[in-house]
Design a protein around this ligand. Sequence first.
Ligand code: GDD
Length: 324
Amino acid sequence: MRVLIVGAAGFVGRHLVAECAGHGDDVTGTYLAEATAGAPDDAGLSWLPLDLLDEGSIDRALETARPEGIVHVAGQANVSAAAADPIAAFRVNAEGTVRLLNSAQRHVPGARVLVVTSAEVYGAVPAEELPVTEDRPLAPRTPYGVGKAAADFAAEQAWVVRRQPVIRMRPFNHVGPGQRPGFVVPDFARQIAAIERGVRPAVLEVGNLSARRDFTDVRDIARGYRLALERGRPGAAYNLCSGRSWAIEEIVRELLGQARREIEVRRDPARMRPSEVPEFRGDSTRAHEEFGWEPRIDLARSLAEVLDEWREASASPAAGRTAD
Ligand code: GDD
């Protein structure tokens, strides 16, 4: 399939490029010029600039790539950053999705479009009603969730009103190599790598440890997107999740179990959020039944790989990401 990945230079985008290209798709990636300072230099992949705030750039990318399938993984993925600047997050996540859908309808009306929203669209679900299924009404609790819920509704409408073949994906938390600091696992792994190297005191600073999240490896998530693009039902929404939740405290315990030094844990008030959903836990039966998806990589392995990634970065800070 001729696939356009919007946001291909991001955390999920990179894994999705590998997943689709590895399965024989003809992949074009889009990048945000101001974020990457020019086209990324991956051999064998075509790159086009695209800014979700700029309709002309979306039109040009679609006219050039003429995709049969579009996967939209661009935008603001950071829940705290969206809370700090809700208008910017809403513009890129909600308005940007509407712009992309409209442009796709004009230029490639038959193209299947995968719109990636989030578990955050469900908001706070009472513990006895977990795991959450796709039929649950959306009730977002955070500015990030509000923008993602708007994108989700817009995607559903594109199907209902004009039969544009749009599929909604609602991933729960994902982890794995390439995730930037600002998310919980790289935030912890980066500190641990710096502590092991002796460039930081042996204290791990943490935020809310009682929150519970449903984690899946990013490579499993990428496989889910490819399967949904090929076999998902237009108009449907699909959860991608593991079906169990881990307290962030358990993540800390697992990472410290893998650490090469004794490390003290300390609560950093600056890492606490004013408001957040206490637990996410999803049901991905629909994705399993309709396109055979289930997660394969266990969390301990994902955490070990992220920790190793930060150990390497810490050993050669000039190579890109700094250890602290
Ligand atoms: N980032 C971060 N840093 N989070 C921390 C820390 C810390 O030092 N300490 C504790 N936490 C807690 C947060 O308060 C939150 O409860 C949990 O760890 C996970 O935080 P994040 O990794 O920032 O992810 P998120 O749950 O807010 O959002 C992620 O999942 C969504 C789907 O459920 C993101 O990947 C979103 O893009 C995604 O839509």
